[in-house]
Write a protein that binds this ligand. Structure first.
Ligand SMILES: [Zn+2]
Length: 188
C-alpha cells in the first residue's frame, strides 16, 4: 500500500495498557469481510495512526478493534530498501531458530518505556491482505521482531510479558543516557 494513500485513513485513539481489549484474544476476520470498505478503512486507519504516533507497528486491538489485523513498516535505516506500510489480516507465524535474540522494543500502548525482549530471529508468515489475497514470506531481524510484537497483541500479550527481567526496562530518556553504559545493546 502506498504511503500517500494509506495516510487517507482516519486518526484513531490508541488505547493504553490497562484497557481490557489489550488482554483479550482478538477474533479472526471472517471471510465475508475481505474486500469490504470496513476492512480497507481499518487497514488505512491503522497505518495513519501508527505514523502519527511515531511507531513502526500497530495492531487493531490497540485502537480498540478486537480483530486479527496488524499494520507495520520498516524505515530505510532498518531495512534496505524501506519496506512500505503493510497490513496483515489473520496472520499465522511459524517461528524459526532459537527464541533468544535480544532487541529493544517500545509500544504505543505503553508510551515512554523501552525494554530488552528476546525474540525469534526468523519466522515465516502466512496471512491475507485486506482483499483476502494470500501473503506468504519469511522475515528476519527487526522485520521478524516487529511482526512478533504485533501478533502478540492479537493474543493479549504485551512486550513486558516477554521480558525475562525488569532490570532491562527503561524510560526512554534514561535509556538514552544509561543503556550504553550498562553494556547493553543500544540499537533499537
Ligand atoms: Zn505494541
Amino acid at each position: 500500500m502506498k504511503l500517500s494513500r494509506a495516510l487517507d485513513g482516519r486518526l484513531r485513539e490508541i488505547v493504553r495498557m490497562g484497557h481490557p481489549v489489550l488482554r483479550e484474544r482478538a477474533a479472526e476476520v471472517a471471510a465475508e469481510r475481505f474486500g469490504t470498505r470496513f476492512l480497507r478503512d481499518l487497514g488505512r486507519d491503522l497505518i495513519r495512526t501508527m505514523h502519527e504516533g511515531g511507531g513502526v507497528g500497530l495492531a487493531a486491538p490497540q485502537i480498540a478493534v478486537p480483530l486479527r489485523v496488524i499494520a507495520y513498516y520498516l524505515p530505510a535505516e532498518d531495512a534496505t530498501p524501506e519496506l512500505p506500510p503493510r497490513v496483515l489480516v489473520n496472520p499465522h507465524l511459524t517461528l524459526l531458530g532459537q527464541p533468544d535474540e535480544p532487541g529493544w522494543e517500545g509500544c504505543l500502548s505503553i508510551p515512554g518505556l523501552r525494554g530488552l525482549v528476546p525474540r525469534h530471529a526468523r519466522l515465516r508468515v502466512d496471512a491475507f491482505d485486506v482483499d483476502g489475497d494470500p501473503i506468504a514470506f519469511e522475515a528476519e531481524g527487526l522485520h521478524a521482531r516487529v511482526i512478533q510484537h504485533e501478533v502478540d497483541h492479537l493474543d493479549g500479550i504485551l512486550f513486558l510479558d516477554r521480558m525475562p527481567t525488569m532490570a532491562e526496562l527503561f524510560f526512554e530518556e534514561e535509556w538514552d543516557r544509561w543503556a550504553g553504559r550498562k553494556d547493553l545493546p543500544v540499537e533499537v
